[in-house]
Design a protein around this ligand. Structure first.
Ligand code: SF4
Length: 342
């Protein structure tokens, strides 16, 4: 690339990802043809109900799908290299250094028998062989200070069981960002915390991510958190992408019936004296998913073809796609005008 030319290649490009679990009860079709990009320094929110495939998508990016699960198709290009094809030794070097992941339950991810300071320093030592232990410990203390821990030296001597949930999540954020990863995956990072701590953790994460200029893949069932944190949103349903676009457009003018229904379930969308809205029916079993659109059994707009054909992703604009037959006649994005006959 010529000097000064901006790099417009996405940092992460997932195409037609297929993940299945081969269980004794049958094959679970967990992800079927999932595609999306994460640009450089961009924050993407993956939203949807429990079981829609958000966490499996994130774990696939790090190639952490355990048997009986298997990535059965597609590609996951990170900085131009397909992670699915890499040898495990190269994947190990990428995990934690170039791509980090913050889990829902920070205490489950921390080593219970290792002091906090040593755990943060260890992360640095694993990924930077040129560091000595003294420098790593000093950098670990700096990182603990940057996640607003009042007395980092004292806390560095503590063990995970001595920490509150909010403090443990701050430590996880310090550990995951200390290597300055290019991509941070945050899997429901605040769902185990109470509401006041949630806001502090989100604010802290946003500030640090801005500082180190990471891209973010934020997984959440909470559209409010995604609206506050992300540039773009990908709405998933039953292992497929239903709608994707910039947060403001999708939140203010959803085009997929599932996105619209999901937004109606938000408590601030109903008057205090009205019952909360819930989407009728249940998420389908992915052992025997519907053959056509997976949302068809719950969709108020379902047509005959919805039960037989799978809708493809239709671009409404260059930055807004929806997989729904209601938009099948939508014009192509302006960037690719149709040829006009002479
Ligand atoms: Fe509803 Fe059909 Fe659109 Fe699926 S494709 S969301 S069933 S209208």
């Amino acid at each position: 690339m010529a000097a000064g030319t901006p790099n417009t290649t996405p940092l992460l490009s997932v195409r037609d990802l297929i993940v299945r679990f081969y269980t004794l009860r049958g094959v679970v079709h967990a992800l079927e043809g999932v595609s999306f990009d994460v640009g450089r320094e961009q924050s993407i929110g993956l939203v949807g109900e429990t079981g829609c495939g958000k966490s499996i998508t994130a774990r696939s990016v790090l190639r952490l799908i355990d048997p009986p699960g298997r990535i059965d198709g597609g590609s996951i290009a990170f900085q131009g290299r397909d992670l699915i094809q890499l040898p495990e030794t190269e994947m190990r070097a990428i995990r934690g250094a170039d791509i980090s992941m913050i889990m829902q339950e920070p205490k489950m991810s921390l080593n219970p028998v290792m002091r906090i300071g040593d755990q943060v320093a260890e992360t640095l030592l694993i990924h930077d062989k040129s560091l000595n232990r003294r420098t790593a410990r000093a950098q670990a203390l700096d990182m603990l200070a940057s996640v607003s821990i009042p007395d980092p030296k004292r806390l560095a001597r503590r063990y995970p069981h001595e920490l509150s949930g909010g403090m443990a999540q701050r430590i996880m954020i310090a550990m995951m960002l200390v290597t300055r990863p290019k991509l941070l995956i945050a899997d429901e990072p605040t769902s185990a915390l109470d509401v006041t701590i949630q806001a502090q953790i989100i604010e802290l994460m946003n500030a640090l991510i801005d500082d180190i200029q990471s891209s973010v893949l934020m997984i959440s069932h909470d559209l409010g958190v995604v609206a506050e944190t992300c540039d773009r949103v990908i709405v998933m349903y039953a292992g497929q992408v239903a709608e994707a676009g910039d947060v403001e457009t999708v939140m203010s003018d959803p085009q997929h019936p599932y996105t619209a229904a999901l937004l109606k379930t938000l408590p601030d969308q109903v008057d205090a004296d009205e019952p909360l809205y819930s989407i009728k029916g249940n998420v389908p079993s992915l052992l025997t998913p519907p053959t056509g659109c997976r949302f068809a059994p719950r969709c108020e707009h379902a047509m005959a073809r919805c039960h037989n054909e799978r809708p493809r992703a239709i671009p409404l604009t260059a930055d807004h796609q929806v997989a729904c037959f209601l938009h099948d006649a939508a014009p192509e994005p302006a960037a690719e005008p149709a040829a006009v006959p002479a």
